[in-house]
Design a binder for this molecule. Sequence first.
Ligand SMILES: Nc1ncnc2c1ncn2[C@@H]1O[C@H](COP(=O)(O)OP(=O)(O)O)[C@@H](O)[C@H]1O
Ligand SMILES: [Mg+2]
Length: 157
Amino acid sequence: MNEVSLLTKSVEETTALGEYFGRLAEKDLFIALSGDLGAGKTHFVQGLAKGMGISETVTSPTFTILNYYDGNLPLKHFDFYRLDDEEDLYNIGWEEYSIGGVIVAEWADRFPGLIPVDAFWIDIKRTGETDREISISWDDRAPETVAKEIEAYAACH
Ligand SMILES: Nc1ncnc2c1ncn2[C@@H]1O[C@H](COP(=O)(O)OP(=O)(O)O)[C@@H](O)[C@H]1O
Ligand SMILES: [Mg+2]
């Protein structure tokens, strides 16, 4: 596993990181988010969508499990918080939706077996009122060009 971490001190800094990922997005980019309720996962996804050229308002798919947005690439936004078992996900079309475009899943650590090996894992920890520690990890099967850019971003943030 490769890992970098950085600190954000405001909502804007977290959405800026998401936006950076969004601008790097290539086909089949998978981002697995973890972190407690209120950590900032949904705000990260709002930045991600913006970076992908999506102007729609991004809200948490807590109850719908999946929100779909059309951007430069499709964005599939999952939230596993209320998901009881993988079966429910297959029933709403996981096999079809979990490939193609950018896929981001909140609470990915609840069902790690569903996350592809080439995913970027992003864990957000609340370390203060507006301080967050963000750890990004991936293995060598993740898209290399994205990995290089993330390393560069983390080095100056
Ligand atoms: N640095 C920060 N990054 C992200 N969110 C922050 C930060 N500082 C404060 N917040 C607040 O934390 C909350 C994060 O909410 P949200 O993104 O919905 O979290 P999650 O999806 O992880 O439950 C929001 O109320 C936001 O204003
Ligand atoms: Mg959320």
